[in-house]
Ligand binder design. Sequence first.
Ligand code: CP
Ligand code: NVA
Length: 304
Amino acid sequence: MAKRDFLSLADLSRDEFEMLVKRAIEGKKEWKEGRAKTPMKGKVLGLIFHKPSLRTRVSFEVGARQLGGSAIYLTDKELGIGSREAVEDVGEVLSRYLDVIMIRTFDHKIAVDLAANAKAPVINGLTDLFHPCQVLADVQTIVEHRDTIEGKVVTFYGDGSNNMAHSWINAAAVLPFELRIATPSNYLPDAAVMSHAKKCGAKIVVSHDAKEVSRGADVLYTDVWASMGQESERDARIREMMPYQINAEALALAKKDALVLHCLPAHRGEEVTADVIDGPHSVIYDEAENRLHAQKAIIEWLLA
Ligand code: CP
Ligand code: NVA
């Protein structure tokens, strides 16, 4: 059987997506009850980082250990993908040592090329285009708190053109929920990502009116306004995106029991106010914890 990679949620069928969420929830229980299995025994995960990370790095390293395997951390200082060494050779050689490879990088094409040239499965740990591991953990969190995502209204506020918005669009192409994106007109989602989702029958609304988007929402989601690599645009982005802040007013328009999610890191007072992110609707730390269990489900699936 051909090896699988985990580069984009758009590559998953609905059955696969739901199976991964279910497995993440079960695996979390198994771990907490001391009856977890070790399907990664003797296997090694390589973690390539071209950008900083707290959650992704630590949860993958700990996840590999919890599954009975181990992980090694690699930066581009050592690898020099495309500069010191061609991506073809990096993929081939790493596959002789490693059983699974995760990469966090800028250009999504680097992750795609690495996967195309690696015999080991490749996991996208965030590119400028997508962050699929995060949205898998996000959906897990929503299912844990609300039983299902089916029929729910998920709203995304802020930068509609970033990796988180795009992975939510991909999720809406696979799972039956409504996605509403509130973003300024110059931060629209990638046209190809949107058109793929529309072709799959996704229910997605893109609006410049944050209030309209908030009405009746089940989940309010946001992310930093300046992603890694966009730090020099931060001031301009804060000015443009302030109307898209998740605050008490946005929350008041949503359902009474709405959940607030954020992939983290967060900037309190920018994309979300401190009272909201630290308040009773917020499930951000459950969400961060779930990165560990969602990723174990991905590794287990890719190694099966
Ligand atoms: N949410 C997330 O991916 O966090 P890190 O950038 O810290 O890995
Ligand atoms: N959009 C953010 C996500 C961080 C997890 C970034 O790319 O920096």
